[in-house]
Design a protein around this ligand. Structure first.
Ligand SMILES: Nc1nc2c(c(=O)[nH]1)N[C@H]1C(S)=C(S)[C@@H](COP(=O)(O)O)O[C@H]1N2
Ligand SMILES: [Mo]
Length: 199
């Protein structure tokens, strides 16, 4: 199943309509990493959802690849003001991973190999809004861009799309992640220009 939807991804809308305030479009794909690129092999890669009671669900690389794959196409928006239209990914919808999960948590923190974290309300990961992606534009995701797999949450600023993602912790209380604790906005809606705390 493809998550492509003309209305939502913006096909047919003019570039100006698709550009959140304060952003400019770019054709290139800048790399933004707060630290060195961790080396993560698909042999040891594992994705873990940790529930609020400490219970875990785990997927190996092969288990993740055996799940239904989607090809989301979305515009992405970096808080440093570049936006890139129609980025094309391949991966597993968060809805698929949450199919057998029962939780009353309202929040989540994504954790990455290398130590990066970012927080998201759980509802922003569900209902076709987020994926674990492992391919970009038809090729395996490069290590600089988060390979072997990253989170993709295109409706929020791109810092929420954790590269080298290794898991999600579900929580009852919202816990700011790396950039959120460093002054970035807690939610990060590009259309509201939520760049920093107080925006
Ligand atoms: N693990 C991890 N994920 C991360 C980052 C990071 O430093 N480490 N940077 C974030 C920021 S600020 C942005 S804009 C995007 C950049 O993704 P890109 O390098 O593929 O363009 O990744 C986000 N995810
Ligand atoms: Mo960013």
């Amino acid at each position: 199943m493809s998550s492509f939807s003309p209305g939502f991804s913006g096909r047919g809308r003019s570039a100006a309509d698709r550009l959140p305030p304060g952003q400019y479009p770019t054709e290139s794909f800048p790399v933004l990493s707060a630290g060195p690129t961790p080396k993560v092999s698909t042999e040891t890669w594992k994705f873990t959802i940790t529930l609020e009671n400490g219970e875990e669900r785990n997927w190996s690389w092969n288990e993740m690849m055996a799940l239904p794959q989607e090809e989301p196409v979305h515009d992405i928006h970096c808080v440093t003001r570049w936006s890139k239209f129609d980025t094309r990914w391949r991966g597993v919808s968060m809805d698929t991973l949450f199919e057998d999960i029962e939780t009353s948590a309202d929040y989540s923190v994504a954790h990455s190999y290398g130590g990066y974290t970012t927080n998201l309300p759980l509802e922003d990961l569900l209902d076709g809004k987020a994926w674990i992606v492992h391919s970009y534009d038809g090729y395996p995701l490069s290590p600089e861009h988060g390979g072997p797999a990253r989170l993709l949450v295109p409706h929020l600023y791109f810092w929420k799309s954790a590269k080298w993602v290794r898991g999600l912790h579900l929580t009852h209380q919202d816990e700011p992640g790396f950039w959120e604790a460093g002054g970035y906005h807690n939610y990060g809606d590009p259309w509201q220009e939520q760049r920093h705390w107080g925006d």
